[in-house]
Write a protein that binds this ligand. Structure first.
Ligand code: SF4
Ligand code: SF4
Length: 192
């Protein structure tokens, strides 16, 4: 497998004119000393275009465009390893999560597919209390509005069906037993 080259952010100082949605994020990582422990700890760093350390540098410089064109924060699987090991005790996992939320709120075209993927995953959980794989993928493909995308996944789908890993599922509304939980979470998010 080809090794991903991790570009370095340009060497500039900490920016004091940070775009609005990044201001709170910058405050959270202001004490970063660029030691690289987060990168060394991250199990997903090999697949990221910028390493976590380089990403915090981009945040501090207010490089919003470069940051949101990167897929680094989307590849964070919230394992909390970097947060546990950061010598400055910074809330790195939560900050990765906030970057995902900003990207979703601002509808960044680069992340459109990932955002739709997350939304449809959650919609399936909301309906049934757990993800129903085939229904989830059907909803995801419909939301992409591209009839050719499902074709790319047909061989994989057939293989998984052949091994009994997934079965045919017609999307249904489900019993929505987690509806109250989802509504409460939405309410709390709106208050933030
Ligand atoms: S481990 Fe903490 S201090 Fe070190 S580079 Fe990462 S965020 Fe900065
Ligand atoms: S929480 Fe995210 S960024 Fe931190 S080590 Fe885990 S995957 Fe990497």
């Amino acid at each position: 497998m080809d090794q991903i080259q991790h570009p370095e952010p340009p060497e500039k100082g900490v920016s004091t004119t940070v775009p609005a949605p990044l201001r709170a994020i910058q405050e959270r990582v202001y004490a970063c000393i660029q030691c690289g422990t987060c990168t060394g700890s991250c199990p997903n760093a090999f697949a990221m275009d910028y390493t976590p350390r380089a990403m915090w540098r981009l945040v501090l410089m207010g490089e919003k465009e470069t940051l949101f064109n990167s897929r680094t924060f989307l590849l964070c699987s919230a394992c909390y390893y970097c947060t546990l090991r950061c010598p400055r005790g910074l809330p790195l996992t939560e900050t990765m999560e906030e970057l995902k939320q900003i990207a979703a709120r601002e509808n960044h075209p680069v992340h459109k597919k990932s955002v739709l993927f997350y939304r449809n995953f959650l919609e399936s959980v909301r309906r049934h209390g757990r993800v129903r794989e085939m229904e989830f993928m059907t909803l995801y493909f419909l939301s992409l509005k591209n009839p050719f995308t499902p074709l790319q996944f047909t061989p994989l789908g057939l293989r998984l069906m052949g091994k009994g890993k997934v079965g045919i599922q017609v999307p249904s509304k489900g019993q929505r037993r987690l509806e109250a939980l989802f509504r409460k979470a939405e309410e709390l998010e709106e208050q933030e």
